[in-house]
Design a protein around this ligand. Sequence first.
Ligand SMILES: C[S@@+](CC[C@H](N)C(=O)[O-])C[C@H]1O[C@@H](n2cnc3c(N)ncnc32)[C@H](O)[C@@H]1O
Length: 378
Amino acid sequence: MALFASCPRGLEKLLAEEISQQGGSELQLTDGGVHFTGNQEVMMRVNLHSRTASRLLQQLAQGSFQIERDIYTLAKSIDWPALFDISNTIKVKTDGHARLRSIDYVSLIVKDAICDRFRALNDERPSVDTRRPDIRIRVFLSGFDVQIYLDTSGEALFKRGWRDETGEAPLRENLAAGILLSAGYNGSQPLLDPMCGSGTFLVEAADIALNRAPGRLRNFAFEKLNTHNDLLWHSIRNDAELAVRPLEKLAIYGNDASLEMVEIARHNLTRCGLESLVSLSHGDATELQAPAASGLLVCNPPYGIRLDEQDSLAELYPRLATWLKRNFAGWTAHLMTADNRLPALMRLNAEARPLLYNGALECRVYAFPLVAGSNRKE
Ligand SMILES: C[S@@+](CC[C@H](N)C(=O)[O-])C[C@H]1O[C@@H](n2cnc3c(N)ncnc32)[C@H](O)[C@@H]1O
């Protein structure tokens, strides 16, 4: 089948590596995702194992159009009743650019085409649920081209199934995993998030260290499809469980200045069975000592979007720089921020990584290799 995995922009290469590992072939990278081919097993494996994907879509039809009616005809050519049962609720969403009256109207006619295919069978149609549909259909328009996809994931893949409380600004799980993997984290290095908030980096790092599948706690839309092979799915999940490393302690450390956030992080770690494996502390980041001789420090300081945050961040960054330089020789610090003043205010040599997007927020990771006494900019 022809598949498309989407991801936060900037993580396409990492996603492509993950897809190859799970058996995907004919990979083509594009802005915000990877096109590839694979069978049902590959589709399930990517859904379960990808740490960086946002969604995995299966292409059902592709064609060109002049008027809306052509899109209806293309959508109606798909055998929807063969794909899913009428008892499932549906939602159609359209994105892209085309010279049409309205994009929402395209969603409406594709929904009509689906319902008409069902009605032709037994005079009944599936219901629409715009909030929590069982089956999501995505339509992409580009000029006079239209592509119709079935979302095999359901809820976005960054929803791992453990988060029920969010901090002020939780990081999307797939973006956190992507930042860790880009930083070279493989589970063997000590890892510290000194501003851990709700603990997203900690959980994602622990999953990498333990080789746990990020999707193990959740369900997927493909489980509702008529074509679903439950036996195969069970064996894929079973393989994933057998591959987990049985570690008793992880060199993963989290800290936050807010006691409330530390408690939320603790709650999230407990939800993931990590409370005794990951160490948490409460206090100002700059009071921490390095927990090991070398390692990775990864965090996203407050974003600095609100005006009242800007002044306190301008004071925080140089303080962080001094603290890093004094205490973390041998470490590399990776700071993710939407605030492009950060490297100048830290006055440390930084390797800037490509742009990343946390939702709509444009961010960058600045990597500071910390070598004793050598990288302060004068
Ligand atoms: C953008 S949030 C981090 C979000 C986190 N990555 C998550 O996924 O939930 C920034 C965090 O930094 C914490 N913070 C701000 N200043 C701090 C400081 N000086 N020391 C420690 N933590 C601090 C805040 O309490 C907040 O939880």
